[in-house]
Ligand binder design. Sequence first.
Ligand SMILES: [Zn+2]
Length: 410
Amino acid sequence: MAKHVKGATAVETHSAVLDLIRSGGVVSRIELADRSGLTGASISRIVRQLLDDGLIVETGFGDSTGGKRRTLLQLNPKSRHAVGVSLDFASITYVITDLGGQVVARLESAGIGHESPQVVITRIAGELEGLLRTARVDRDTLVGIGIAAAGRQDSRHHVLRANPEATEWELFALEDTLGAETDLPVVVENDSTCAAIGEFWVGRIPASADFATVYLATGFGLGLVTNGDVYRGSSSNVGEIGHMVLDVNGPRCWCGSRGCLEMLAAPRRIVDLAMQAPDLVSELDLSGDVADTRRDAALIARAAAQDHPRAVTLIEESAFYLSKALLSATNLLDLDQIILAGPGFSDAGEIYLRVVSEELNRLSFVRAVHPTKVGLSTAGSNSAALGAATLVLHSRLTPHQTSSRLALSR
Ligand SMILES: [Zn+2]
């Protein structure tokens, strides 16, 4: 930890000390000096500033050392809050977290569907105000809103790019519009990257691990963390595993390729296959409409989780294609761990987990060297929204640091 703090800029030093207090629970100034490598005088100055800002509080006295009383410090979690919003075709999930990253309120509402972006943004602003009131969170404590969004992004121009189901969002200035509507800073990030940040934050992952999160909502995305840092690629569009080609002669995908994972294994594909069997359609009460894809896929997944043989076959086929995509991903990246996250795994996650684990442990190139552990997210359908809120805490409280820098948070 000391190597991160020494030689950092003033703002980085400030936030790194704050993070040492957060991760340490209850600490003294002397312990902070030891852990950070900073001088006692620097620590005293920074701690004074953090106390003045209300971000930390003094919480009593520890054992004296050399006759000097040690005042103990801890984070003041209620002093600041962040909002995370997962923006998806089928649902919008909100979480409010405190400064320590604990979820204090949650709301799920209708997805963006085919509403125009401006209508959705106005609705989000209203729903957020309602949630703040219900949760009794003081608006003045909010540091900002993080948005976890699907689809291609153009972070340089602060716009979302193509999403096949929501074309009106093409080139829509999401950050600026929502920022103006709510009068709060807004950051936008890929939903699978947010899910990876959320998993890292809830603490199941060692800081040194190289891991990936597969996020399944309408399509598949892969969030990557290497050595405690998010890997973003050159334009924050890393991890489009949904467009990994698994069948060169397969069905044409909206992205232009053929036989992409999304075409072979996404919820829409599962529902389309089920719709070919009229008796299954009536038994499970499937609608088949694109607008009902999430509901139909969940009905099939729930039937599969209860061992309905034909539903199991449909989910296993989807899981089989996913396992092949993840086999290529881990052969390429040498991953320790893969977490399955997002609403697409809520109902039949255990089946995906079994199929993917078996395939990776049977065929991964590095299987003789180390296993590739596969697990289900504990944050469930909250993971992207939670990651987006975490991103805000980092980017607003550590403004000169790249928001992807997670090494200081653990
Ligand atoms: Zn594609």
